[in-house]
Design a protein around this ligand. Structure first.
Ligand SMILES: Cc1cc2nc3c(=O)[nH]c(=O)nc-3n(C[C@H](O)[C@H](O)[C@H](O)COP(=O)(O)OP(=O)(O)OC[C@H]3O[C@@H](n4cnc5c(N)ncnc54)[C@H](O)[C@@H]3O)c2cc1C
Ligand SMILES: NC(=O)c1ccc[n+]([C@@H]2O[C@H](COP(=O)([O-])OP(=O)(O)OC[C@H]3O[C@@H](n4cnc5c(N)ncnc54)[C@H](OP(=O)(O)O)[C@@H]3O)[C@@H](O)[C@H]2O)c1
Length: 247
């Protein structure tokens, strides 16, 4: 069984009232970009643990995670209060199959995430492998409000480094925000507005798609993509869609 190790909080960034990131010093085992580990705190004598995707890439220290404080959420509302120097339990070994090894080869990789579901994509985008395997990469980050649109500095750095090989599109659903698509991702796949905005077409030969975050977004996108001929990736029957549901 994977071992708990003690990590030390080196930064707690409060982006908004209910969105934050933790940077943690912890001697974790090597992991694959896209995987998650478990974080835990001892609350009222009980160890409360939940899975969290690495936002940092395997060669980055400290390790980093991006959180939403769930309404009445036990662990997220305790972690948001952590201060620099506080301890947090981290599972030494990572888990999960939301990794490039599970994604068949193609020209283009589309990464679609809601909320904190963008985290594993940043981990993957900071590896050399993803740029060796795909000619072009699209990152879509869908959030409720403009204030939820974090890590834009990473998006900017990727745009500068990879130029036309990297395309980013933000969705903001609950306010109108210039430079973003207003609404939800599945509708914009269905009516073609996402592809129009990016100047790239989803194609069953050229495209692989990774979906992460809100399970309703994952489900709705999968249904719309299936109607266009895309299929889910399974070990024995490779397809086009690889998913990670956060709840
Ligand atoms: C593979 C994986 C990776 C994940 N990565 C991240 C990440 O990087 N960042 C992040 O913020 N979260 C992530 N999550 C979600 C995370 O594990 C917790 O579910 C979340 O932080 C809520 O925990 P909590 O203890 O605060 O709330 P809980 O005490 O577990 O629940 C609070 C209330 O919210 C509802 N609830 C419970 N769980 C969920 C849920 N997951 N979603 C919506 N409502 C819920 C319940 O009705 C409950 O009353 C991930 C989940 C999975 C499965
Ligand atoms: N983010 C997490 O990791 C996490 C973890 C646990 C719990 N939660 C819970 O999720 C809630 C808020 O989290 P959040 O704002 O980060 O994420 P969210 O509610 O999933 O919203 C993020 C984006 O996903 C969109 N969306 C919702 N349903 C969709 C669907 N069926 N198809 C396509 N897009 C869809 C939202 O659009 P709309 O504005 O139109 O809904 C919004 O633009 C809280 O109640 C929190 O407790 C989040």
């Amino acid at each position: 069984m994977a071992k708990w190790i003690q990590g030390t909080v080196v930064d707690n960034i409060h982006w908004t009232e209910n969105l934050f990131s933790l940077k943690i010093d912890a001697d974790v085992d090597s992991f694959t970009a896209g995987q998650f580990t478990s974080l835990a705190l001892d609350i009222d004598g009980k160890r409360i643990a939940r899975p969290y995707s690495y936002l940092s890439s395997p060669d980055q220290q400290p390790i980093e995670f991006f959180f939403y404080t769930a309404v009445d959420g036990l662990l997220s509302n305790a972690m948001v209060k952590l201060k620099v120097g506080d301890s947090i339990w981290v599972k030494q070994q990572a888990n999960g199959y939301f990794v490039l090894d599970e994604v068949p080869g193609a020209d283009e990789l589309w990464m679609l995430g809601t909320g904190t579901g963008v985290a594993p994509f940043f981990s993957i985008l900071h590896t050399e492998e993803v740029w060796q395997r795909f000619k072009r990469i699209v990152l879509v980050h869908a959030v409720r409000t403009e204030a939820d649109l974090r890590y834009q500095e990473l998006v900017q750095a990727l745009t500068e480094k990879y130029a036309d090989r990297f395309r980013f599109q933000a969705f903001v659903s609950r306010e109108v925000c210039p430079g973003t698509i207003t609404g939800r991702v599945p509708a914009a796949i269905e009516d073609g507005s996402l592809e129009d905005a990016l100047g790239l077409q989803l194609d069953t030969v050229r495209s692989q798609i990774m979906l992460c975050g809100n399970p309703d977004m994952v489900k709705d996108c999968t249904e719309i993509l299936k109607a266009r001929g895309f299929t889910k990736n399974r070990r024995r029957t490779p397809g086009h869609i690889t998913v990670e549901n956060y709840w």
